[in-house]
Design a protein around this ligand. Structure first.
Ligand code: C2E
Ligand code: CA
Ligand code: CA
Ligand code: CA
Length: 275
């Protein structure tokens, strides 16, 4: 038993070593790509479910590395966080995203994701405000998306940064609501302008009653607290219809458009936006 136990430990260690090497390879390639400005934001439409009109776009990072090929954000964002590259990466993305958004109609907002570690870094707010000043993008058209994890690492620090952003008119959305360590208490302590209902509930809304009840409860709560709502991951007409029927005002998902680059976003607006 001892032998096999030791064997297992050996194999495990080997696997961990391989994984660590892979992470380091991605880290090095990412450092190079960020320095060369090769990571770019794509944009996914967010719509008003009653009119189907686009009201804003969420920026989503895309990295097509010359050696590694397409690396998904679910892979490189956590590595950027862990290895201390996220601040630099995020600034590169926000600069490009606000530059692109300056070409959109004034009514449309830009939504931008912040990582948990950025809510611990006291330079985050200053970096964001610097970029807004340089690109001339109106702070009131910017929304930042944060998760509960981001608020929990160091709540005082997160509160300070969020406060500095809200002071200039930047709106704050709670992302992925309903997953992870969701705590309703958080909604009392922090004031969010918007709540994004996680795709997990939306994808099962037609199949099971519990999801329907949960979504209806979230919508009632948002109404009471005066928060806007966006349901994520809408892929089918029936989901959109059901959400609208429950009183959900905002929607996002492949049904309305997949994330596309800045140029394709301009074409999307020409085809879909009526002033
Ligand atoms: P997220 O913020 O929850 O973003 C939504 C994700 O759902 C995106 O994946 C989007 O492409 C995908 N999605 C949208 N509509 C649908 C749909 O109808 N069906 C399905 N199956 N998926 C849909 P993506 O672009 O791969 O990003 C994954 C995650 O990576 C994001 O989740 C976010 O947590 C992170 N991320 C992406 N870009 C950035 C960034 O610039 N900064 C930071 N900090 N995180 C980012
Ligand atoms: Ca998001
Ligand atoms: Ca989300
Ligand atoms: Ca997510």
């Amino acid at each position: 038993a001892k032998q096999s136990g030791r064997g297992k430990v050996m194999v495990y260690t080997r696997e961990m070593e391989e994984a660590a090497k892979r992470v380091t390879r991605i880290e090095q390639a990412l450092r190079r790509a960020v320095a060369a400005g090769e990571v770019e934001p794509f944009f996914q439409p967010i719509v008003d479910l009653s009119t189907r009109q686009v009201v804003g776009f969420e920026a989503l990072a895309r990295w097509n590395d010359r050696d590694l090929g397409m690396v998904p954000p679910d892979v490189f964002i956590p590595i950027a966080e862990e290895r201390g590259i996220i601040g630099q990466l995020s600034q590169l993305l926000l600069r490009q995203a606000t530059e692109a958004a300056c070409n959109w109609p004034d009514e449309l907002f830009l939504s931008f994701n912040l990582s948990p570690s950025q809510l611990v870094d006291q330079n985050t707010a200053r970096h964001i405000l610097d970029i807004l000043q340089r690109t001339g993008f109106d702070a009131r058209r910017l929304e930042i998306e944060i998760t509960e994890t981001g608020l929990m690492t160091d709540p005082d620090s997160a509160e300070k940064i969020v406060g500095e952003l809200r002071a200039v008119g930047i709106r704050v959305a709670l992302d992925d609501f309903g997953t992870g360590q969701s705590s309703l208490g958080r909604l009392r302590e922090f004031h969010f302008d918007k709540l994004k209902i996680d795709r997990a509930f939306v994808s099962s809304i037609l199949e099971d009653k519990p999801s329907e009840h949960i979504i209806r409860a979230i919508l009632a709560m948002c109404e009471g607290l005066g928060m806007d709502v966006v349901a994520e991951g809408i892929e089918e007409e029936e989901q959109a219809a059901r959400l609208l029927q429950f009183g959900c005002a905002g929607g996002q998902g492949y049904m309305f458009g997949k994330p596309v680059n800045a140029a394709a976003t301009m074409r999307y607006l020409r085809d879909h936006y009526r002033a």
